[in-house]
Design a protein around this ligand. Structure first.
Ligand SMILES: Cc1cc2nc3c(=O)[nH]c(=O)nc-3n(C[C@H](O)[C@H](O)[C@H](O)COP(=O)(O)O)c2cc1C
Length: 395
């Protein structure tokens, strides 16, 4: 695939995705909210950390493999839940899941994804986690949890940073909305991107029909062009609270994680509620624009609860060196959202595999340079200077 052959890193995949996707779809994936402050902060904190080489240590036997929740995985990385892979590529979630399974890393399927969780389990396999957006009618959430349990998902991840719908003003400008809104602007945008129009929408229409949110409760499973397909306020839930988490804990026998816990007091409450892992996340900067960068809040969380729970970080991972920095500051693993979506948008499974491969190679090289032979050997000892304390807003 020519577009993929010319990509050498995640930034190249992003540029190729920008050419291929209609502007509305690309911006939905790529951009964030309001003035994009959180999006920028997520990246700049990673970029500001400088590392030191270690000389003359034999690192020839190094490995990026690690163990998370008792199981080995090839890199300390899993795929974040995103509702958009199926818009980026025909059956994009299946493509991404197959790439994750082949790479031996977990995949998180979003409530808002377009491929049924059972199909992913049957056709991709691998290590699967399910992300839950809680519905206003709680019984609908319980049905989804039962489905995930029956389909054999290893972990349930409840997203807790989305009390209200974000201000994505650019979507108003570019005409993109879910359900798709056939505005002249969006139709023109689609017409300018025939590879996507034929390769994604065309393939859906000539095979399974307009995609649906197959993981929504049955009565909300409209197609992406029909009324019930939007991320309605049934999912942006300002009444979600700790009592819900207790109920989910009772219902879910597997690993339970909360996604979007960035405060120590919340972390303590989550641990007391029996939660197994916390994802330090600001939703990739997509929700609250003044959110602190996740790498800035990680050190305090790691110091306070790092030995009581499993901390995973997302928001801003674009390079393998970012994983090393997150692990040094206390994460056990990271999630990638956009990085692997860009790859999926350019080449489906092959593109997602490329994105994972770039990040893995970069992590391996950074480990070799810094003298870390295993992920467990990564610490702030590899950092240059003492800026680590300065990033910690709560210190
Ligand atoms: C297009 C897109 C859709 C997303 N959809 C969801 C979702 O359905 N549920 C969720 O918990 N997070 C969702 N997220 C957030 C990601 O799970 C993750 O937190 C974020 O992408 C991490 O930042 P990164 O993109 O910089 O890696 C989405 C992110 C993107 C980019």
């Amino acid at each position: 695939m020519a577009a993929l052959d010319n990509c050498y890193n995640v930034n190249d995949l992003r540029a190729a995705a920008k050419r291929r996707l209609p502007r509305g779809v690309f911006e939905f994936v790529d951009r964030a909210t309001e003035d994009h402050l959180a999006l920028a902060a997520n990246r700049s904190v990673f970029q500001d950390i400088k590392l030191r080489h270690r000389a003359l240590l034999d690192v020839s036997g190094r490995t990026t493999k690690t163990t998370l929740f008792g199981k080995e995985m090839a890199i300390p990385m899993a795929i974040a839940p995103t509702g958009a892979a199926g818009l980026c590529w025909y059956r994009g979630e299946l493509a991404l899941a197959k790439a994750a399974a082949a790479a031996n890393i977990p995949l998180t399927l979003s409530t808002a994804s377009m491929t049924a969780m059972e199909t992913i389990a049957d056709q991709a396999g691998g290590r699967l986690w399910f992300q839950l957006y809680v519905w206003k009618r709680r019984d609908l959430s319980y049905q989804i949890i039962e489905r995930a349990k029956k389909a054999g998902y290893e972990a349930l991840i409840v997203t807790v940073d989305s009390a209200v719908a974000p201000n994505r003003e650019y979507n108003n400008r570019n005409g993109f909305a879910l359900p798709f809104n056939p505005s002249a602007r969006f139709l023109f945008d689609v017409a300018l991107h025939p590879a996507w129009t034929l390769g994604v929408m065309g393939r859906y229409l000539t095979t399974i029909g307009m995609p649906k949110h197959e993981n929504y409760p049955a009565e909300f499973q409209g197609t992406i062009t029909s009324g019930s397909a939007g991320r309605s306020d049934a999912m942006r839930l300002d009444s979600l609270n700790w009592d819900d988490i207790k109920i989910f804990r009772d219902m879910w026998p597997g690993i339970l994680m909360l996604k979007g816990v960035n405060r120590v007091d919340d972390a303590h409450r989550a641990i007391a509620a029996g939660v197994d892992g916390l994802i330090v996340s600001n939703h990739g900067g997509r929700n609250m624009d003044s959110a602190a960068a996740t790498l800035s809040v990680l050190p305090t969380l790691a110091a306070e609860v790092g030995d009581k729970t499993t901390l995973i970080l997302d928001s801003g991972i674009r390079r393998g060196s970012d994983i090393l920095k997150a692990l040094a500051l206390g994460a056990k693993a990271v999630l990638t959202g956009r990085a692997t979506l860009y790859g999926t948008a350019v080449g489906g499974e092959a593109g997602a595999s490329k994105a994972i491969g770039f990040i893995k190679t970069e992590l391996d090289k950074t480990m070799a340079y810094t003298g870390c032979r295993t992920p467990a050997e990564i610490s702030t000892d590899v950092f240059f200077g003492d800026a680590a304390n300065g990033w910690d807003a709560e210190a």
